[in-house]
Design a protein around this ligand. Structure first.
Ligand code: GLN
Length: 193
């Protein structure tokens, strides 16, 4: 089975780990650069992007995370994780996020989303002080939007969403991420073990 890392400096990493284990993946919490060794993919969870940035700097994780993504390994960012992937943070995806984009008064809301490539009923999406994608490069595909603002995007093996499927038992985004890992492996990134 795939060995998936979950960045565990801050935020709701435990909920992602539980969901990934439920889908049959092995999970490793990532706190220092050596934890990235041999991973097949990485989740950057929701939380608080300023705190997460400080933790990444403290642990010297910025360059290792960029190298991990540059190797072609799939990365899945949710909410603060989307912010971490953007041009102003880790610079892994060609997007610029707006933090707390849905307005300070709207701390949290839920919405039924149609997401390109996700079959079945709409995804019940939980947004918590969520970002949206304000700018994106040509290689970035928009999978879903709210009021015209992208809230789910993909760039090759990089997936980023504004909401929290790990809090609602919605498994289809994590399944899509695990499928990205399988196809990355098929392209020759099989883990040496
Ligand atoms: N508002 C948070 C931030 O800017 C993100 C919220 C979340 O991850 N649920 O970091």
């Amino acid at each position: 089975s795939a060995l998936v890392g979950v960045l565990a400096l801050q935020g709701d990493f435990a909920a992602h780990a539980a969901m990934l284990r439920g889908l049959g993946a092995e999970v490793r919490e990532v706190r220092v650069p050596a934890d990235l060794d041999d991973l097949d993919g990485l989740v950057i969870p929701g939380g608080e992007s300023t705190t997460m940035t400080l933790g990444i700097e403290r642990e010297g994780l910025g360059d290792p995370l960029r190298a991990f993504a540059a190797s072609g390994a799939p990365v899945f960012g949710t909410c603060a994780g989307l912010i971490m992937l953007d041009r102003d943070h880790l610079g892994i995806m060609d997007v610029l996020a707006t933090r707390n984009a849905f307005g300070r008064q709207v701390h949290s809301f839920e919405e039924d989303l149609e997401i390109a490539g996700v079959d079945g009923p709409p995804v019940r999406a939980i947004f918590i002080r969520a970002p949206w994608v304000a700018e994106r490069g040509e290689q970035v595909e928009v999978l879903a939007a709210v009021d015209g603002h992208p809230v789910a995007v993909q760039q090759g093996s990089l997936l980023a969403i504004s909401f929290h499927p790990e809090l609602s038992g919605e498994t289809r985004l994590h399944e899509r991420f695990l499928a990205l890992i399988r196809s990355a492996g098929d392209r020759g990134r099989a883990r040496s073990a």
